[in-house]
Ligand binder design. Structure first.
Ligand code: FPP
Length: 258
């Protein structure tokens, strides 16, 4: 065995738990990773330690989704509203994102993950922007799970941006307003090229959408769990997927016969 293979053993793939039907998995799972601060407080730790543990939960979830054949995972890492948090917490999060990207890029490449960052990235620290550019381009040709990290993302801002971009095309005479349909509109969203999420998971029991993927979640099934994000594990993901598989998705139509 070569030295390289000896030092980097292939990661063990987790089989799909028998309770889940492989034919009825969501193609795209979105997650609102809530409860990091409460997780830390309950342990007498600073809030930021909850974010650190949250990164581990996200890595776990990404690996499980990838192993189980889910096509895409989209995570809400930092919203346009999160800038209003204490300055120290915001800079901790920006540094954390940089460190995670630096540390995990090789593993993402090796595991065939395609990473993309969705949001207004120009407002992020320049060092983080260049790491994002590097991670995006180095993983763009990968063929595995699509991993979308919503960073400085807001659903309303995304819709306003799309409307403005279309209006600019109309005013330049490049686009007939009559040609604006749902498909054309969706092509101006950050998620262009991605299928809409089938399942939205929100942790920590809060029952809100919080300005996340307002357009894309139109027909998603919602699973809200009391589990705090850093505790989100294989059992919690199986519970969410079982809940999803028990739903009857009608997309506004009538119940389909069995
Ligand atoms: C919400 O918990 C969580 C966040 C705002 C940050 C989540 C970010 C990560 C887990 C890191 C992802 C990193 C990369 C680069 C992929 P909260 O602080 O709102 O918790 P609380 O509601 O209990 O206060």
């Amino acid at each position: 065995m070569s030295r390289v293979l000896a030092t980097t053993p292939p990661t063990q793939r987790q089989p799909l738990p028998h309770q889940l039907d492989p034919a009825r998995l969501p193609a795209h799972v979105a997650v609102i990773m809530d409860g990091n601060g409460r997780w830390a407080r309950r342990r007498g730790l600073p809030r930021v330690m909850g974010h650190r543990a949250g990164v581990e939960a996200l890595k776990r979830t990404l690996r499980l989704c990838s192993d189980w054949g889910i096509g895409a995972l989209t995570a809400y890492a930092f919203s346009t509203e999160n800038w209003s948090r204490p300055g120290e917490e915001v800079s901790f999060l920006m540094t954390l994102f940089e460190r995670v990207l630096e540390r995990e890029l090789e593993a993402l490449e090796r595991e065939q993950v395609r990473i993309r960052f969705l949001g207004d990235l120009e407002q992020l620290p320049v060092g983080l922007q260049s790491l994002i550019d590097e991670a995006t381009s180095r993983t763009a040709a990968n063929v595995g799970i699509r991993f979308n990290v919503c960073t400085n993302y807001g659903g309303r801002a995304e819709l306003v941006r799309a409307a403005r971009r279309l209006a600019e095309r109309v005013s330049r005479g490049e686009l007939d307003p009559q040609a604006i349909d749902e498909e054309r509109f969706a092509s101006e969203l950050h998620t262009v090229g991605e299928v809409d999420p089938d399942l939205l998971i929100r942790t920590s029991g809060e029952q809100r959408i919080s300005n996340f993927l307002l357009w894309q979640l139109a027909y998603a099934e919602l699973h809200i769990t009391d589990v705090l994000w850093p505790d989100f594990d294989a059992g919690a993901l199986v519970a969410a997927l079982k809940d999803f598989q028990g739903r009857n998705r009608r997309f506004g139509g009538v119940q389909t016969p069995p």
